[in-house]
Design a binder for this molecule. Structure first.
Ligand SMILES: Cc1ncc(COP(=O)(O)O)c(C=O)c1O
Length: 432
């Protein structure tokens, strides 16, 4: 999407009106959902799609009757929607229960090809779901694991260290797109190129990046990319993209009736059909943000140059989402820096904000993260404390035993007013 002009502003009143959960109160305080990194809220259209499927179409696949056929058609449409979301072919989209389960399944299949002496690279910045499956599978096969470190001062990946761990024995590089703890966005395209320069596979965890930035697996050229729809306004499910050549060549563990065709050979048993109906709706929700921001996308004669109009709309949506989140991040950062005794982890320099998303991890002197999250929770602010499974990071920074971080996660339905109220509440809790 060309970004020559400033992105139009998000119509926040309309956006928020679509999320019934946002209207809640806690102890008389309006609820502020700052827990997006743990899972976002869902718009009414997603709720309706899930309920509508259960009400009208609930059936298993492949039957010769109306509801089963509608189920087949609905799954095909959801696959096409996710293919637009990630910019790949529909047969490269695998649905599953969540990212962790999909990654375990893929690590079993990829692991069949690992041999003693082969190497796998993981990072200290990643969520454990993109670490433990590889550690365990490498262990099963006698392969060696290499760890890429981070720069402790700004919690960014140490790319020189990562490059030094990649060599002719490397078979796989597992890396996150963005950190769910400190918000760092990794230079994934560059890392994919490093992996490919030695013939290794690149496995990208885009779970945290999904609600914040446009994903383009073609441009990244990654071999695999996983995300979770419950982090971007959809149901509790996971989605894996795999290049069709890999999905065809690798051998899944599967039952015999599962066909050998892709992606079916990677989807075992009965899927969560109502969840899949919700996935199609959540992609449409995001595309609709783009359609309202740039109505010209809908015009019948709009040139699409081989890219679907829905993909164009998704691209436009992320332009406005990005602008809004960026403004919230700047406001939050300025305010947090004024809290006495605070330490903000990750990138704090606004000039480098393109390298991070609006997910902030902090600690405040003399207050444990649990105490802060609890006191904020009583005032209606939903934040998290702990490690959020970014355990390798909290251990490395030596804050695991003292409670990890307090995480404040902003997404596009959050407001400047919520940021200001949170800052005021933090001042009140820690004392001015
Ligand atoms: C960055 C990241 N990766 C992986 C996961 C695991 O995702 P799932 O819950 O879909 O298994 C999470 C969940 O919080 C995450 O934030």
């Amino acid at each position: 999407m060309p970004t020559t002009e400033t992105a139009p502003a998000l119509d926040l009143t309309y956006i928020r009106s679509q999320f019934p959960a946002l209207a809640q109160t806690v102890n008389g305080h309006p609820a502020a959902f700052l827990d997006g990194p743990g899972g976002t809220q869902v718009p009414q259209c997603v709720i309706d799609a899930i309920a509508g499927y259960l009400r009208r179409d609930n059936a298993n696949t492949g039957g010769s009757y109306a509801t089963s056929r509608r189920t087949d058609a609905m799954i095909a449409e959801a696959r096409a929607a996710m293919a637009d979301f990630l910019n790949c072919g529909a047969d490269e989209i695998v649905f599953g229960p969540n990212m962790t389960t999909l990654t375990y399944a893929m690590s079993r299949a990829i692991g069949r090809e690992l041999e003693i002496g082969d190497e796998v690279v993981v990072t200290r910045l990643d969520h454990d779901a993109n670490v433990s499956p590889w550690l365990q599978r490498a262990g099963d096969r006698g392969a060696t694991v290499r760890w890429a470190g981070i720069h402790d001062n700004d919690c960014t990946l140490d790319l020189a260290d990562l490059a030094s761990k990649i060599n002719s024995k490397t078979k796989l590089v597992a890396v996150g797109y963005a950190s769910n703890a400190v918000g760092t966005i990794n230079p994934v395209k560059e890392i994919v190129q490093l992996a490919h320069s030695v013939g290794a596979l690149a496995y990208i965890d885009a779970v945290h990046y999904g609600p914040h930035g446009l994903i383009d697996v073609k441009a990244l050229d990654c071999d695999f990319l996983v995300c979770s729809t419950y982090k971007f306004f959809g149901p509790h499910m996971g989605v894996l993209f795999g290049k069709s050549e890999h999905l065809q060549r690798l051998r899944p563990y599967k039952v015999r009736p599962n066909t050998n065709a892709i992606p079916n050979r990677w989807e075992w048993g009965t899927l969560n059909h109502e969840g899949i109906a919700g996935i199609a709706a959540c992609v449409e929700y995001i595309a609709d943000i783009g359609r309202s921001a740039r109505p010209e996308i809908n015009s019948p004669d709009a040139g699409t140059s081989g890219v679907s109009k829905r993909r164009r709309a998704i691209e436009a949506a992320y332009e406005v989402i990005h602008e809004h989140e960026r403004a919230l991040l700047e406001r939050m950062m300025v305010g947090l820096e004024e809290i006495p005794g605070i330490k903000i982890y990750g990138i704090t320099d606004p000039a480098r904000f393109p390298e991070r998303c609006a997910t902030l991890a902090v600690r405040i002197k003399n207050h444990t993260p649990l105490e802060l999250a609890t006191k904020l929770g009583e005032r209606g602010f939903f934040t998290w404390d702990g490690n959020y499974y970014a355990l390798n990071l909290t251990e490395h920074l030596d804050i695991e035993k003292s409670g990890g971080f307090l995480r404040i996660g902003l997404v596009h339905y959050n407001t400047a007013e919520e940021v200001d109220r949170l800052l005021a509440a933090l001042h009140e809790i820690v004392g001015r």
